[in-house]
Design a protein around this ligand. Structure first.
Ligand SMILES: C[S@@+](CC[C@H](N)C(=O)[O-])C[C@H]1O[C@@H](n2cnc3c(N)ncnc32)[C@H](O)[C@@H]1O
Length: 151
């Protein structure tokens, strides 16, 4: 669902936008952002194996220009606003880090089970992030939301 939303959202964007993939795992969303035209892409994960796998995948697939960092997303504090942030993380962690996204553009939030939808939406509203769309599949939901900046 995140990949589809990322593609739909950025389809008409001109190259040069920035993306962050928080909890990047194997790097799939970061690579997709690059392929869809992002200029600057960062992938963050707290797991060293995830970061080394993502870097190896970049080499295997000959994808340059994605910066993978071993870090805790709770401490991620970019110097510039990011046009689109994808975060596939547990709801509690998403809620904790939402205030850091106020100065960002679009958010694609996943890893959320349906029973936590209300909690997540309330947290987004408290943080003055606008919910644009909620996609539901099985027990999972993905939320497209918007901060105050960007395209
Ligand atoms: C469900 S996987 C998502 C993988 C990939 N982004 C995807 O969509 O398929 C969640 C990832 O978040 C990472 N993660 C969990 N807590 C984190 C934290 N506090 N900071 C950074 N990464 C974290 C995990 O190591 C894991 O790789």
């Amino acid at each position: 669902m995140s990949l589809r939303l990322l593609e739909q959202l950025t389809r008409a964007w001109k190259n040069g936008w920035s993306a962050a993939d928080l909890g990047t795992g194997t790097g799939v969303l970061a690579f997709a952002a690059k392929r869809f035209g992002a200029q600057s892409v960062v992938g963050i994960d707290i797991d060293p194996t995830a970061i080394s796998t993502a870097k190896a995948n970049a080499r295997l697939n000959r994808i340059d220009g994605v910066n993978f960092h071993l870090a805790d997303v709770r401490k991620w504090n970019p110097a510039h606003a990011t046009d689109v942030i994808a975060a596939n993380l547990f709801s509690d962690l998403l809620i904790e880090i939402l205030p850091n996204f106020k100065r960002s553009g679009w958010l694609i939030l996943s890893g959320i089970v349906r029973t936590q939808e209300g909690q997540l939406i309330a947290a987004l509203r408290r943080t003055k992030l606008n919910v644009v769309r909620v996609k539901r599949r099985g027990k999972w939901i993905t939320i497209l939301a918007r901060g105050s900046v960007g395209l």
